[in-house]
Design a protein around this ligand. Structure first.
Ligand code: AMP
Length: 386
C-alpha cells in the first residue's frame, strides 16, 4: 500500500454490500472503487464505479492498477476472473476459498472434513442420478443447483419420492451447466449464523451468534446475540476457525447453520460480508464491514463484541414507507437506494436495546408502525421466551 496516498479498496460487485463496505471504509481513510456490469448499481451512489463485466480484461487491468487490494460484494464472480486478478493484485478472500464457497458440493464436503455435520447429500448429474440420490437421501428433500443459487433461488422442495419428475422439470435443464445436489430436508428447530473474520496475519474473531428467520428461502429477520449463545457459541467458533484456517481465508465470512436437537449442521458458507451480520453496524463495537476492510488491508481487527441486543428487519421488494415514518420509533434505517422490485433486498432496519424485554417492546412498536406485525412476531416470541 502506498504511503503517499489513501489506500484504495477494489470491490467486485456494486450492490448493497459494496455500498456498506465503502461507507465503512471512508472513516478509516480508505477509498473504494467498485466494478459492476450495471451503471446504476447502488454502490455507485457512494463510491466511484467502473462499468465492466467479468470478462472485460482491459477494464479489469486498469482497475487492478488503481487499487491496493480486491474483495467481493458478490460471490459468483467467475473463478477465472478472481484468479486472473490475483496474478496482478492482492485478492481476499483468495480465489480457492471463493471457488469452494461457490459450489454447494465442495462446500459441504469441506464442512464434513472439518468435523461439521451436514444434512445428508448427494450430487445429481442426470435424471437417473436423481432417483439414485433419492434412494440414499430419502424424502422430504431439496434439489438445489450446485452453483449460482442464492436466497432460495435454484431450489425445488420434494415432499415425497413422487415429486422427482416435477423437480427434474424445474431444475433438470441446469444439471449440465451448474450441476445439482440433493439434500435431505432438515426439520431444524432454529437457524443460526456465525459471522467470523480472519486477518492477514491469522488473527481470528467471531461476532456473537445470530439467530435468523427465513421466509421463502430469503432472510426476513435476525436477532443477536442469539438467545442460545452460551451452549453453541464455542462449538460454532471452533468450526468457523477450522474452516478459515483450512481455506487460508482472509476477511469476513458467514457460516449458516441449522440447529437440530441441540446439534449444529452446516448449510452454507458465504465468502463475504453477509445479510445476517448487518446488525453489527449499530449493534457491535466493530461492524462486519469495518472489520472486513481492516482484514483485507492487513490492519488490526476491531472488537467484535455486541453492545447490547439487536434485531434486524430486511425490507424485501419495497421499503415500508419513507424514513420519516420512524420518527418516535428507535430504529436505524438503511435505504440501499435501489428501485423497488419483487423479491429484491432494498433496505433494512436495526433496532437495538439493552435487554430482551425492551427489544421485544421496540420491535412490536416498529412492526405496528410499519404494518409488519407478522414479520416481527417470531422474533418477539423468541425474545419473550428467552
Ligand atoms: P440456502 O440458499 O441453501 O441457504 O437456503 C435458503 C433457506 O432455505 C435456508 O436458510 C433454510 O431456511 C432453507 N433450507 C435450505 N436447505 C435446507 C434443508 N436441507 N433443510 C431445511 N431447510 C433448508
Amino acid at each position: 500500500m502506498s504511503a503517499s496516498r489513501q489506500p484504495v479498496l477494489g470491490i467486485l460487485g456494486g450492490g448493497q454490500l459494496a455500498r456498506m463496505l465503502a461507507l465503512a471504509a471512508a472513516p478509516l481513510g480508505v477509498n473504494a472503487l467498485v466494478v459492476d456490469s450495471a451503471a446504476d448499481a447502488c454502490a455507485g451512489q457512494v463510491a466511484p464505479l467502473v462499468k465492466a463485466d467479468w470478462t472485460d480484461y482491459a477494464a479489469l487491468e486498469d482497475f487492478a492498477r488503481k487499487v491496493d487490494v480486491v474483495t467481493f460484494d458478490f460471490e459468483n464472480v467467475p473463478a477465472e476472473t478472481a484468479q486472473w486478478l490475483a496474478e496482478r493484485v492482492a485478492v481476499f478472500p483468495n480465489p480457492r476459498a471463493l471457488a469452494v464457497a461457490q459450489d454447494r458440493l465442495a462446500e459441504k464436503t469441506l464442512f464434513r472434513e472439518c468435523g461439521l455435520a451436514t444434512p445428508e447429500f448427494m450430487a445429481v448429474d442426470d435424471r437417473a442420478g436423481l432417483d439414485r440420490a433419492l434412494a440414499v437421501v430419502g424424502a422430504p428433500a431439496i434439489l438445489k443447483t450446485r452453483r449460482l443459487g442464492y436466497d432460495g433461488k435454484g431450489q425445488f422442495r420434494l415432499k415425497t419420492m413422487a415429486d422427482a419428475d416435477a423437480a427434474w422439470a424445474a431444475l433438470g435443464a441446469q444439471a449440465a451447466k451448474h450441476g445439482l445436489i440433493l439434500e435431505a430436508f432438515v426439520p431444524f428447530q432454529r437457524e443460526l449464523s456465525v459471522l467470523a473474520v480472519r486477518g492477514r496475519g491469522g488473527d481470528f474473531r467471531t461476532w456473537p451468534l445470530t439467530r435468523n428467520w427465513h421466509v421463502d428461502g430469503v432472510l426476513s429477520m435476525s436477532l443477536a446475540p442469539a438467545p442460545d449463545i452460551d451452549t453453541l457459541q464455542p462449538r460454532a467458533t471452533e468450526l468457523a476457525r477450522t474452516l478459515a484456517e483450512r481455506l487460508d481465508y482472509v476477511g469476513v465470512f458467514a457460516l449458516e447453520l441449522f440447529v437440530q436437537e441441540g446439534e449444529l449442521l452446516g448449510n452454507e458458507m458465504a465468502p463475504r460480508v453477509h445479510n445476517s451480520g448487518h446488525w453489527t453496524i449499530e449493534g457491535a463495537h466493530t461492524s462486519q464491514f469495518e472489520n472486513h476492510v481492516r482484514a483485507v488491508l492487513g490492519l488490526p481487527l476491531g472488537d467484535t463484541g455486541a453492545r447490547g441486543l439487536s434485531a434486524m428487519f430486511n425490507w424485501i421488494g419495497e421499503l415500508p414507507g419513507p424514513a420519516p415514518v420512524l420518527r418516535g420509533v428507535d430504529a436505524h434505517w438503511h435505504d440501499y437506494g435501489k428501485p423497488a422490485r419483487a423479491g429484491r433486498k432494498v433496505g433494512h432496519a436495526t433496532v437495538c436495546a439493552p435487554d430482551a424485554a425492551t427489544l421485544a417492546q421496540r420491535l412490536e412498536a416498529l412492526g405496528k408502525a410499519l404494518g409488519r406485525e407478522a414479520q416481527v412476531a417470531p422474533t418477539v416470541e423468541a425474545l419473550r421466551r428467552g
